[in-house]
Structure formats: C-alpha cells, structure tokens
Design a protein. Structure first.
Length: 366
C-alpha cells in the first residue's frame, strides 16, 4: 500500500513540546564538506542546549548525530541535501531533493518549512503505461521512478497466453485500488486511445488525469513519458501559489483576510484559519502562547525555546486541518512574510469554491 510523503513526514510536522533539534545540510557532493557543516551544527546545538540540559544529557541527546561523523556509509550515500531531526523520541536522517539553506535550530518543535516546500513542489504520482500485450504501473516523484507492477497477456517466461487484454486492464485497475487506500496521488496514463478508454472504464479513481500524457507507450520510452509528467506537475505546483493568491484577493474583499502577524496568531490559536501563506525565505523568531495567541518577538534566535513563528503557525494550522502554502516573500502581496484566510461560513464557502473553479477554468482555457 502506498503512503504519501506527507504521511511519511507527519511525525516530524506534528511533533511539539520538549526539545527539538533540526539541522539542514547542503550536499555539494563532498562528504568532508558535509562533515564540516555537521560539526558546526553540533557546536551550535551544544551551546543552545547548555541552558536546558546537563552535560551528560546533552551528550546522550547529540550522540546519534555525532555518530554520523564516524559512519563511513550514511553520508556518502546521501544523494540530495540532508535534514536531521532529533528529539527525545525521534532521530531521522532524510534526503531532501530541493534547495535548502544550511541551518541549525533548537526549539520546542521541528523546523518544517523546508519539508512543507518539499511536499508542495515534489508531488508523488502514478503512471500507467499501456502496450498491446502488457500494462505497467509506475510510482514516481521529481527525482525517482519505480516500477510497481507489470501485467502481461503473454507470460514472458513461458511464452503462452495467460490473460486477455480486458483482464490485464481489469487486473491493473484492481491493483491500483488496492495500493491507494491511504493516499491517492495523481494518476497519469500513456497509451493508444482505445486502450486508455478500456482501462478507464474499469477504473474508479478520483485523482485521475483524464488527458493522456502520451498517445503511445513503450517501456523503453518511460523516461521520456515520465519527464512530461514531471513538467506537468512543476507547472501545477507553481499554480498552487497563484491560486492561493487569487483566493486571497477574493477573501480580502469579504474581510476574511488577516495580514497582521499578531492578529493572525490569535486567529490560528482560535482555530479560525482556513489557509495560511508563509514566506519560506524569512524567519521571525520568538515565542507564541498557544492558549492566547500572544507573541514575544526577538530579533534573533535567543535560546532553546525560541522558534520561527511562521513555522509554528504553519504547524498549528495543519494540525487543525487547514492548508499551508509556502511561497517566497516576493510572491506574497506587499512582500509580507505571512497572510491568513479565515474560515468561511456556509454561503461564503460555496461562493469561494465557485470562485476557485472559475479561476481554474481561466488558467486552463485562457
């Protein structure tokens, strides 16, 4: 069964309370350079933790991270940039295939804005490739592609007919249903038109992209087909920001937008925020009172309890079932670091959804 990147990262995104260490390392292909960054992060973390932990406790807390300096396998195997996440219960090392800045933070939750941007810009997908005597299911991201299953009308080993074409398509449709009970990534199809129509008639899948990504398919050409899927998803990712900003303008007319950080914090604590837009290239350090929404802002990251307020608010909105969109500050109106769209009532929500549908149609048809 497939699990989405978001489900995989939920334990990090939702974690709060207690001491959390987050370090992001830039991988330039040089293991020694990564170790230099790692030593720097360990030094910063030890300094911040000194006020919260005795020396022996700090050593135990940092030991899993320090062990990476002496491990000959893990760091050289990392293909992308690196995220390190440590609290009393979790130690995770992640390949992060997007651009990040080298940072180290100690706070009461993990620093997750880079993870949210990763989720937003590196969407998982399914690809079905239909050939005359076979059908193939792939699972991919912007960086990876995995063959999940192939079904043949002719057994490739015994050279005998095992299924007719209709059974092949029905079998693959059933396999997709089985794999996607927890998460339903976008499903793309490549193949001849009549085969696609036959396959779709057996498939009930809410995230199906009905326009064929290619009108023919061969396994040898899967890389080219996958490149088209990835380009489509990159375009859609950029539209996520434009759609959020279009909704912002709509909501602003109805006085459903908050632009002031202090007002936004209170609305988040009260569970009144439908969508949050935050800048991923800006940090506002301080502490938030999670009962009142009161803020204490600081010019720099002062201690082990300070955190990026934008990061904290994003985590709270997600945990409440809201949506968070990550953008650069230059993309947000008036260069603000954060905007919030408040919850709509029933009539306003229906109107907002119609507005979103209209904007989507404009994007599609011009």
């Amino acid at each position: 069964m497939l699990t989405s990147k978001r489900m995989h990262l939920n334990a990090l995104i939702e974690s709060s309370e207690g001491i959390h260490l987050t370090a992001y390392l830039v991988n330039r292909g040089d293991t020694e350079d990564i170790k230099v960054q790692l030593r720097k992060a360990l030094g910063q973390a030890d300094e911040w933790l000194a006020a919260a932990m005795a020396s022996e406790a700090r050593t135990r807390f940092l030991e899993p991270i320090e062990s990476l300096l002496h491990d000959s396998k893990i760091l050289p195997q990392m293909k992308g940039n690196i995220g390190l996440f440590r609290n009393q219960h979790i130690f995770r090392v992640l390949n992060i295939p997007i651009e990040i800045e080298e940072t180290c933070q100690v706070a009461t939750s993990f620093h997750v804005k880079p993870l949210l941007r990763w989720i937003q810009t590196d969407e998982e997908f399914l690809l079905v490739g239909l050939e005359n005597n076979s059908a193939h299911l792939y699972y991919g991201t912007q960086e990876t592609l995995k063959l999940v299953e192939s079904v043949y009308t002719i057994d490739p080993d015994a050279a005998r007919v095992t299924l007719d074409r209709g059974d092949v398509l029905l079998s693959l449709a059933g396999r997709i249903e089985q794999l996607t009970r927890q998460t339903q990534p976008k499903l793309f199809i490549a193949g001849e038109k009549s085969q696609i129509q036959s396959f779709v008639s057996n498939l009930s899948y809410k995230n199906l992209v009905r326009t064929a990504v290619a009108d023919a398919f061969a396994q040898n050409d899967v890389g080219d087909v996958c490149a088209m899927v990835r380009q489509h998803l990159r375009v859609e990712s950029r539209k996520t920001i434009s759609r959020a900003l279009a909704e912002f303008h709509f909501a602003d007319e109805g006085n459903r937008v908050r632009k002031n950080l202090f007002q936004i914090a209170r609305a988040v604590v009260q569970g009144r925020v439908r969508k949050l837009i935050i800048a991923d290239d800006d940090c506002i350090f301080g502490k938030i009172d999670k009962r009142s929404g009161g803020l204490a802002l600081h010019p720099i990251d002062l201690d082990h309890e300070d955190d990026d307020i934008l990061d904290d608010l994003a985590q709270m909105v997600l945990n409440q079932g809201g949506e968070v969109v990550v953008a650069s500050r230059s993309e947000i109106p008036m260069g603000r670091p954060i905007l919030a769209i408040l919850n709509y009532d029933g009539a306003e929500l229906a109107k907002a959804l119609r507005h979103q549908e209209n904007e989507a149609l404009k994007e599609r048809f011009g």
